[in-house]
Every structure is written in structure tokens, then in C-alpha cells.
Design a protein around this ligand. Structure first.
Ligand SMILES: NC(=O)c1ccc[n+]([C@@H]2O[C@H](COP(=O)([O-])OP(=O)(O)OC[C@H]3O[C@@H](n4cnc5c(N)ncnc54)[C@H](OP(=O)(O)O)[C@@H]3O)[C@@H](O)[C@H]2O)c1
Length: 342
């Protein structure tokens, strides 16, 4: 899946459980005094998104103490050695809450990129962050998970820690784009590239979910990977077909930004991958697509083909937000980047 494009018709926010400008807690102050540089734990640091985040952070702030966390020691130690002396690998399984809390004792910020987030009923990392008073941010891309996470808002606030969910590129940047458009419209009067196995898993799991959209304030349920639209993503991507998928931006656009009619679409390139997604949505039993283990096996089979095609087609990510106002004014926000990860 070389180019994945995402389009959202009126849209949403990124933040979750969050405390505004959280005051420094005693625990955090103590950590800071015992260590000259801040410690950032990147969960899923052995993966694509987490690894890119750790690399980007290390370039931005070479003084940061970056801990690469995951289960795969070989991958983690390899990245840590590339980042330099300030970095090290920490073996963590996010399903083990005690292990998480132990690791977070000495950490200032945890970045959670250890997906997939779909079909997870508990926010173990966020809960461990709250228990240890550690600042938290995740790249969740699942509607249910993000709303469970938002349910910890008061707890995070009471602990005085900033906690932000769904803060990746989509939702995340897409939410900020939508919020900007809505804000601009009020004050003044319709992807992802280089999909790895976890993103493939995410996309397949979403095919089992009804698509939630809003029409004039009414919640409606639509069929996944239906409702194709051809959207122009501008230079480098141009027109691509996008399809309805249950994406978190929709609920946040409706609930937080107050946009009454909203839906979100997703597409990938080359075009034939979309045919595959439609075939899975139409012909695979929902029970199969709901089963994470079965979907992981399917991804194991499909992934080598995707990698081979990506090698030829390249990767790019593009997002477009369209805001249509009741006064007839229309605004478009466009984001494009040649790569999703570094
Ligand atoms: N919001 C956004 O904009 C956005 C964009 C892209 C991706 N994402 C999401 O980001 C997540 C990561 O995507 P990716 O492409 O980076 O996937 P990836 O390359 O497969 O990386 C997944 C990472 O999660 C770790 N992991 C999985 N289960 C774990 C567990 N039980 N304990 C500890 N670590 C665990 C893996 O570490 P080990 O193998 O070492 O265990 C690996 O490092 C996915 O959920 C994806 O959907 C969000």
C-alpha cells in the first residue's frame, strides 16, 4: 500500500484526556533533579512509527534520554545504538501492567506507539502513566480506544499530568486541520503511505466495523469501504478514490467541534489494493475480520506482496479536510508528505 489517502468531509480534534498546562508534580520534580536530561520512553520504539518518533526526537533534542521500548531486544538495541549514548533499549510488554509501572517510575514522558489499538478494551499504558504520574501521548487510530482513553480525563487532571490521545498524523494532524478550518470559518464570519504490517492489521480490523457518520446531527451507520469518492489531493498525489471507514476523526468532529454532518474516507494506492479491501469487506465473514489473531495471519500472507509493490510504487501520505458551511462558504485543508516514517 504505497500511497494511502484520507479524506474527511467536515472534521475533528486530537486531544483526549488532557490537563491544560499541567503543573509539575513532586514525582516529576524529583526525577528532574536526579537526572540532567528528560527521559522519554517510546513504546513501540522497535516499530516503524515509534522508531521514527525516537529518531526524530533524538535529532531535535540530542540531550534527551530516549528509551526504546518493545519486546524485540535485537531491533531495540540496534536502534538505541544508532541514536547514541543517550539512548538505551528497555524490554517491555504492554500487557504487563506491573512491568509498565516499574519502567515508568523513572520516566518523564511516555510515547505509546505499540499498536494495534483496535479491539483493546483497556488503556494499560495510560493507566500506568496516571499511576506513576508520567506525561502521556499516543498515536491511537481507533475510535473506541480513543473514547475509552478520554474517559481518564479527570484522573489525569487530578494527577496533574498532560495526557493526549489520538495524536498521530490521522487523527492528530487531521484533527488540527479540521479544527483550524472550523475556527477560521467561525471567527471570520477529504492517508497514509508505506503501510507496515500493523497498519495493514488496523485497516483489516476496521473492515469489520460499521462506519459511524453524522447527518444533520443524526448518527448513521454505513457499510465499510463503500461510498467511493474521487478526491484531488494535489501535487504528487492528484485524484485518488477514497472509501468510508470507521475513523476517529468523525466522532470528535461531531462531539468536539460541533460539526453536524461529517464522514471520513480512506484509500490506498495503487488502486487495486482498494479492490482487495472491498473484496475483504464484502466476502470475508465479519467474525473473521473481528478476530485479531486471524487478521494477523492474513496480514502475514498479504504483507510480502505489499512490500514488493511498495518498493516499486514508493510511498506518500496525504490528507484533505473539506469544510462546507451553511452560509455557502467552502474551505479545504490539504496535507502531503513524501514519507510517513523516517
Ligand atoms: N494515528 C496515526 O496517525 C497513526 C499513523 C500510523 C500508524 N499508527 C498506529 O501506530 C501503531 C504502530 O504502527 P507501526 O506501523 O509502527 O507498526 P509496527 O512497525 O508493527 O510497530 C508496532 C510496535 O508495537 C510494539 N508492540 C506490539 N505489541 C506490543 C506489546 N504487547 N508490548 C510491547 N510492544 C508491543 C512492537 O514491538 P515488538 O515487536 O518489539 O514487540 C512494535 O515496535 C499502529 O497501531 C498503527 O495503527 C497511527
Amino acid at each position: 500500500m504505497a500511497t494511502v489517502v484520507r479524506a474527511c468531509m467536515p472534521l475533528p480534534p486530537a486531544a483526549v484526556a488532557s490537563s491544560s498546562a499541567a503543573p509539575s508534580t513532586d514525582a516529576q520534580a524529583q526525577r528532574r533533579s536526579s537526572s540532567s536530561s528528560a527521559r522519554v520512553l517510546v513504546l513501540g520504539g522497535t516499530g516503524r512509527v515509534g522508531g521514527s518518533t525516537a529518531t526524530a526526537l533524538s535529532k531535535l533534542r540530542p540531550d534527551l534520554n530516549i528509551l526504546i521500548a518493545g519486546r524485540n531486544r535485537e531491533k531495540g538495541e540496534s536502534l538505541a545504538s544508532k541514536l547514541g549514548e543517550e539512548s538505551e533499549f528497555v524490554q517491555v510488554d504492554i500487557r504487563d501492567r506491573n512491568m509498565l509501572e516499574e519502567v515508568l517510575q523513572n520516566v518523564d514522558l511516555v510515547v505509546h506507539a505499540a499498536g494495534p489499538f483496535q479491539r483493546e478494551n483497556e488503556c494499560t499504558v495510560l493507566q500506568a502513566a496516571i499511576a506513576t504520574k508520567t506525561a502521556y501521548i499516543d498515536v491511537c487510530d481507533d475510535t473506541d480506544y480513543s473514547w475509552i482513553a478520554k474517559g481518564f480525563h479527570e484522573q489525569a487532571k487530578d494527577c496533574g499530568i498532560p495526557a493526549i490521545t489520538t495524536a498521530g498524523i490521522y487523527p492528530g494532524v487531521s484533527n488540527v486541520m479540521a479544527a483550524e478550518l472550523v475556527h477560521a470559518a467561525r471567527s471570520e464570519n477529504a492517508g497514509t503511505g508505506g503501510a507496515g504490517p500493523t497498519i495493514l492489521t488496523t485497516s483489516f480490523l476496521l473492515l469489520a466495523e460499521d462506519v459511524i457518520a453524522y447527518n444533520k446531527g443524526e448518527e448513521i451507520k454505513l457499510k465499510p469501504y463503500s461510498g467511493a469518492l474521487s478526491i484531488d489531493f494535489g501535487k504528487g498525489v492528484r485524484k485518488k478514490n477514497v472509501y468510508l471507514l470507521n475513523l476517529p476523526e468523525v466522532k470528535s468532529a461531531y462531539k468536539v467541534l460541533g460539526v453536524p454532518t461529517v464522514s471520513a474516507r480512506f484509500g490506498t494506492a495503487p488502486f487495486f489494493w482498494n479492490w482487495g479491501m472491498q473484496a475483504f469487506a464484502n466476502f470475508l465473514p465479519v467474525e473473521f475480520l473481528r478476530d485479531k489473531n486471524k487478521v494477523l495471519k492474513l496480514v502475514g500472507f498479504v504483507d510480502p506482496f505489499v512490500r514488493a509493490i511498495d518498493g516499486i510504487a514508493g510511498e506518500r501520505v496525504s490528507m484533505r479536510v473539506d469544510l462546507d458551511c451553511s452560509n455557502g462558504k467552502n474551505t479545504i485543508g490539504l496535507f502531503s508528505h513524501r514519507k510517513l516514517s523516517v
